[in-house]
Design a protein around this ligand. Structure first.
Ligand code: AMP
Length: 380
């Protein structure tokens, strides 16, 4: 079978690595060059988007900010999974909030802002502090403002108004104003739904961020109450979209209650631990689902955590000597803060995992993000 992935980054690459043993060939559509390429060597060209669509038995996406023209072409072929509506919902916080309401999934109190009048009425209805997030093309904390005191209300509006003025006019930009949630921690659930509507979810992961970017994800075992709550929300959201493939849901945990922060209609960074920690990794399960194959077990096989490698293209070889450590590089050019790869760390028990993580922390260099990661690991 042949699969075309919209997007040619590390997620397409890891799908290709997982698909090879299944005899599924993956090509990737690079939205920048508008060329289809080999996801493992993006210098190898395979023609235009229509060549890619003709090659494919199925089409999927590795990110949600894809032009609507491209999505429409792929959908017309009848091969696109998940649907363009699911992909668009992940890329527009207004559609995402509508979906959460429809799915009865608790989330932060919010208002949609597309004008100065909307802004004023949001400030009347929401108690400060609030966070304002661009509706389109916002990720990793970009396109966001925080308003703690009414004194800064005009200044923040000026910035948002300028942001609107500079926006690409193809789609109407907007902002979601959200009440700040006093959360205890951030967790996420990655799950998969097949073409017949069967779902399976992985264990929840606890997520730590450094400067707004995910830096550590740890699979959680034994959180039965939270896990059941998250799985129920997953089913409602995935069924509402008639979703096919892997879907991630990020949550704020407040006491024993989960509030949805956002959804990602794709394989997700907080699911990379599944490569070493689960029966079937998220990449294989996504490929299986969109190709119409039965999905595999999502059970945890051993305690596992993932550490993102941000802005570094080499690490000490001593890491290879630590049992339970697996390195995954993305073959990307080094840039400050860029996701360059990740380290999966596994052990037989949670206590051993913590010891191994501490060993890994000692071996990592002392850059700014690793310093924060080390603090987080050593605090556990
Ligand atoms: P997002 O791009 O929506 O994932 O937001 C980036 C980060 O900002 C999240 O990981 C949270 O740490 C924080 N954040 C976003 N929304 C809220 C909220 N409503 N309350 C508190 N923190 C938030």
């Amino acid at each position: 079978m042949n699969l075309l992935v919209l997007g040619a980054g590390q997620l397409a690459r890891m799908m290709a690595l997982a698909a090879k043993p299944l005899n599924i060939e993956i090509r990737a559509y690079d939205v920048g060059s508008q060329q289809v390429v080999d996801p493992l060597n993006t210098a190898v060209p395979y023609g235009s988007l229509s060549d890619g669509i003709a090659f494919a038995d199925a089409i999927t996406a590795e990110f949600e900010h894809i032009s609507h023209d491209v999505l429409a072409l792929c959908e017309q072929s009848g091969k696109l999974y998940p649907s363009s509506q699911s992909i668009k919902t992940g890329g527009d916080r207004r559609l995402e909030k509508e979906l959460l309401t429809l799915s009865n999934a608790a989330n932060a109190t919010h208002a949609i802002i597309e004008s100065a009048e909307d802004y004023r009425s949001a400030l009347d209805t929401l108690a400060l502090p609030i966070i304002l997030k661009s509706a389109l093309a916002g990720y990793d904390g970009k396109g966001q403002w925080r308003l703690k005191s009414a004194k800064r209300a005009n200044e923040v509006w000026q910035e948002i108004d300028e942001f609107f003025a500079g926006a690409d006019s193809k789609q109407k930009q907007g902002v979601i104003a959200e009440q700040m949630v006093p959360f205890d921690r951030e967790v996420s659930l990655v799950g998969v739904r097949d073409k017949t509507g069967n779902t399976k979810v992985y264990p929840l992961a606890e997520n730590h961020h450094t400067n707004g970017v995910l830096s550590v994800s740890t699979a959680l075992a034994g959180e039965h109450v939270l896990q059941a709550q998250a799985a129920e929300i997953f089913d409602r959201v995935a069924n509402a979209l008639n979703y096919v493939g892997v879907l991630a849901i990020e949550f704020f945990q407040v006491g024993e209650k989960l509030l949805v922060n956002e959804i990602a209609p794709r394989v997700h960074n907080s699911g990379h631990w599944t490569q070493q920690g689960a029966d079937t990794c998220q990449f294989e399960n996504h490929v299986r689902a969109v190709c119409g194959l039965p999905i595999g077990s999502t059970a945890l096989i051993r305690p596992t955590a993932m550490i993102n490698i941000l802005g570094e293209d080499t690490l000490p070889n001593a890491l290879f000597a630590i049992p339970g450590v697996s390195l995954h590089w993305y073959g990307k050019e080094k840039r400050a803060g860029r996701k360059m790869g990740h380290i999966n760390v596994s052990a037989a028990t949670s206590a051993e995992l913590q010891k191994t993580l501490e060993l890994v922390a000692e071996t990592l260099p002392d850059n700014e993000t690793f310093a924060d990661i080390k603090l987080y690991i050593n605090k556990q």
